[in-house]
Design a protein around this ligand. Structure first.
Ligand SMILES: [Zn+2]
Length: 377
């Protein structure tokens, strides 16, 4: 299972704010987290700790019925419990372990919340203000710690428009050396590592891509922990941060999840907020929010994955947001090569969090998106 040496090459200069490895993130959390509560959420299939940071106070008490029951009743508050008005958000990175941008983003968000500035020393007053207005924020920098342990890299070198090395690190290669590739990698879950030169980092040590786990059967310990956390906290929004922006129009993009119908308008609203924020920050393909942030122009609905499973489990508006990569370029609408700097990638992450928090603050939580008896009052 040796990684090919040419693909294990580290970037020449790794910025100080670019923390992505299991050990360095753990070290950062242990020396930084004081306002939040640091905890091990669970152990991975490979026995590694999955770290989470909790801010604010959780919903108190329990509802009187299941989530499904509450939908049948027409009142989600009956599931959310007496604290149904509270606003709760979960942000997680590294479900796919080679997708470093979300890991770096969450680490820098924790720096903002703890120290008032990101790891570049930049304050984010609007982000800080929005975070202070929600009741509960749960952050998981690296979900797939097994996959992350397989990559001996803090940062990939930039390789122009060549994404094959990144693809190798992500979804691996067969014994004959050819990349398994995407979406072919999804044909084999669990992946038999003995058939691979390198299994990539999509999967945990049991070979399972957590984004496509056996959710209703025997989920992996990482997925089980997320499902249990979702019920314990009953978040209004879950952000699942990935790296996989479209190669053409190569900018951060929220995917369109398969959700319960009542949540579809809320997802469109969240899309509009996030993409407006990114556009105004110069991090989309044009400066026109009417174009970039129009939810009617978002990508086609994505099939069933972790977001849908979490949403159907606890009622959260759960979305995947795909970042561009630091390691390769795509093209813009005019066909020109677009390179995103590490700084821009961190900015895009923090703006996506900020605007999602703003959406939750301004547009209310789960109980308002699918009106129930109490929410109408
Ligand atoms: Zn991914």
């Amino acid at each position: 299972m040796a990684i090919r040496a040419e693909y294990a090459r580290e970037a020449d200069a790794v910025p100080e704010f670019w923390l992505t490895g299991n050990e360095e993130v753990e070290h950062f959390l242990k020396r930084t987290v004081a306002k939040g509560q640091l905890a091990i959420l669970a152990e991975s299939a490979g026995g590694r700790p999955i770290w989470a940071v909790f801010y604010g106070t959780p919903r108190q008490g329990q509802g009187t019925t299941t989530y499904s029951g509450s939908l049948g009743l027409g009142d989600v508050a009956a599931y959310l419990g007496p604290d149904w008005r509270k606003k709760v958000m979960l942000i997680m990175g590294g479900v796919h372990a080679s997708e470093f941008e979300g890991i770096v983003g969450i680490v820098n968000l924790i720096a903002v919340l703890e120290q008032g500035a990101d790891l570049r020393g930049r304050p984010w007053p609007k982000l800080t203000q929005m975070a202070a207005q929600v009741d509960r924020l749960i952050l998981i920098p690296i979900v797939n710690v097994d996959g992350r342990a397989r990559l001996p890299l803090r940062m990939e070198p930039y390789r122009g428009t060549d994404n094959l090395p990144h693809q190798y690190l992500t979804s691996g290669a067969w014994l004959d050396g050819t990349n398994i590739g995407w979406p072919r990698c999804k044909e084999f879950i669990p992946l038999d590592f003995t058939r691979t030169e390198f299994p990539g980092s999509y999967s945990n040590d049991a070979g399972v891509n957590l984004q496509h786990d056996d959710f209703f059967g025997r989920p992996q310990p990482e997925t089980r922990a997320l499902l249990d956390l979702a019920v314990q906290e009953r978040p209004d929004i879950i952000l699942n941060m990935h790296t996989g922006a479209p190669r053409h129009n190569y900018y951060m993009r929220m995917l369109t999840p398969f959700l319960e119908e009542a949540l579809v308008p809320a997802q469109k609203g969240l899309y509009k907020y996030v993409h407006t924020g990114l556009t105004l920050a110069g991090l989309q393909g044009s400066s026109d929010p009417d174009l970039e942030a129009n939810p009617e122009r978002q990508p086609p609905q994505w099939p069933f994955n972790l977001d849908t499973a979490l949403s159907l489990h606890c009622g959260a508006l759960a979305v995947t947001i795909e970042s561009p990569s630091h390691s390769f370029s795509g093209t813009n609408q005019a066909g020109k090569v677009v390179r995103h700097t590490p700084d821009q990638l961190v900015d895009a992450q923090l703006i996506a969090y900020q605007e999602s928090l703003r959406y939750l603050v301004e547009q209310g939580g789960r109980s308002r998106w699918a009106p129930g008896k109490r929410a109408k009052i």
